[in-house]
Design a protein around this ligand. Structure first.
Ligand code: ADP
Length: 447
């Protein structure tokens, strides 16, 4: 107990004893000890009840009542309550200021932020950008169902995925020309945050980049063809002095032509969301072509094996699939030293569908490089890639072709042991070997 409270306590106790002593003396003098003592005790109790009432009033009062300055335990209690009340109000004010500052910051964000109740999917709060980007109105839309309010945006299915929902790119309900990227962030047991960002400018820049690469590649194609053509006409044997330079120039112009062709292929693949046309792709003849290409590239330096145990064909773009598979085969040959073994297998996938696997016994890829290996121009060893005539775009092309066929690429590799690149196709993309040509596209790909 603080000293001030202790002394107030003793003072009140002393006063109580003094009153009782005085009452005893008065009672004895008047010969009415018991009634006088009882009346005094009742008076003391009544006084204490009256003070207790004052304390209760203070606790329930909305405004702060200034305590009196006098002594006594009740006044001390009053003063302590007054101080605690003041501290609590200060703390509350600081918390409110913090809350207001956070809300102001969230309100000022350029992205639309919407707090949604998880089970009912009702809107609890949104910032100004919610009005600007999504057309939400305050206060009418507070408590409204988010999915219904933002119809016809395709949110119902997306929100059902909850925590696992991938960011969704969709048009803005206010401006169909603008694209929004939506993200769902569960941040408490029953509240979700939906963040909508206008990505139109970003997509525009991305498109500009793609167009630029495609245009430059296209413009380079003709001059390169001319240079390449003339260089081919010059026979190094007829010009012995120039022979080393001529063959280097021929090699480099061949590389540049390949680079331009690969860039054009990538641009074409990137500009498609889904396949333009689908055809029945015969896998036995595809495997045959791949074997011939591998043998031509290897020039007898490797042992090449083919295994066709899937006995199914594919639907899709024969040209793009061939370009993807032959990139894998060419990598296997280029990154396997002479004497190595290369297997091209077309096998049933235990999870359904089938997988094309290209396995080599070559240099292998360190695990740390695997996550980035399909990025354009990403190489484990730039010199080895250049030496072997690589452009650094092969696996990026493979990834895009597989995406268009809803297939996935799996890579397993061990340094010094070799690598396996597997392209897994879903059952919807396979057809029995004897299916008629031009079998219809998979039902779920085109509506
Ligand atoms: P590149 O034209 O350089 O071969 P890719 O995109 O085809 O470009 O491959 C990217 C990189 O991945 C290559 O530079 C090489 O380092 C590595 N790589 C690809 N396939 C294999 C393989 N079968 N064995 C070892 N490394 C490989």
């Amino acid at each position: 107990m603080p000293p001030r409270a202790r002394s107030a306590w003793f003072r009140t106790l002393g006063l109580l004893l003094l009153i009782l002593a005085a009452a005893t003396v008065l009672g004895l003098l008047g010969g009415q000890l018991f009634p006088v003592l009882t009346a005094t005790a009742l008076g003391i109790v009544a006084w204490h009840y009256w003070r207790l009432r004052k304390v209760l009033i203070r606790l329930t009062a909305r405004q702060r009542l200034t305590p009196s300055d006098s002594d006594g335990v009740w006044n001390e209690l009053d003063r302590l309550l007054y101080r605690t009340q003041g501290e609590m109000r200060g703390r509350k004010r600081r918390l409110m200021e913090m809350l207001r500052a956070y809300r102001a910051a969230a309100a000022a964000l350029p992205d639309a932020i919407i707090v949604v109740e998880r089970n009912s999917q009702r809107i609890q709060w949104f910032n100004e950008a919610g009005t600007r980007l999504l057309g939400l109105r305050y206060p009418d839309d507070i408590g409204a169902s988010l999915v219904q309010r933002l119809q016809p945006m395709p949110l119902a299915h997306w929100m059902a995925a909850g925590r696992n929902a991938e960011p969704l790119e969709t048009w803005s309900p206010l401006n169909p020309g603008a694209t929004l990227s939506l993200r769902l962030i569960p941040y408490s047991e029953n509240l979700w945050l939906m963040v909508a960002r206008d990505v139109s400018r970003l997509l525009q820049l991305e498109q500009m980049r793609r167009d630029f690469v495609a245009n430059v590649s296209h413009e380079l194609r003709t001059p390169l063809t001319v240079i390449h053509g003339y260089l081919d006409m010059l026979d190094p044997e007829e010009q012995p002095d120039w022979a080393p330079m001529l063959s280097e120039m021929q090699r480099q112009s061949q590389r540049m032509t390949q680079l331009v062709e690969d860039l054009l292929t990538l641009s074409r693949l990137e500009s498609q969301d889904q396949l333009q046309a689908e055809e029945h792709v015969s896998m036995p003849s595809m495997l045959n072509t791949l074997r011939r290409e591998a043998a031509a590239l290897s020039q007898g330096r490797h042992q090449i094996e083919i295994d066709d145990s899937a006995h199914v064909d594919l639907v899709g773009s024969g040209k793009e699939l061939h370009s993807a598979f032959s990139n894998l085969v060419s990598n296997a040959v280029r990154y396997t030293p002479a004497g190595g073994r290369i297997e091209i297998a077309w096998r049933p996938d235990p999870a359904g569908g089938a997988a094309l696997q290209v396995t080599d016994s070559g240099y292998g890829i360190p695990a740390s490089h695997l996550p980035r290996i399909t990025e354009r121009f990403y190489r484990v060893s730039t010199s080895r890639s250049r030496e072997s005539g690589g452009t650094g775009l092969g696996l990026a092309i493979v990834k895009h072709v597989l995406q268009l066929h809803e297939a996935r690429l799996e890579i397993s590799s061990e340094v010094g042991q070799g690598s396996t690149f597997s392209c897994h196709f879903g059952a919807a993309w396979t057809r029995p070997n004897d299916a008629p040509a031009h079998a219809g596209p998979p039902a779920h790909v085109h509506s």
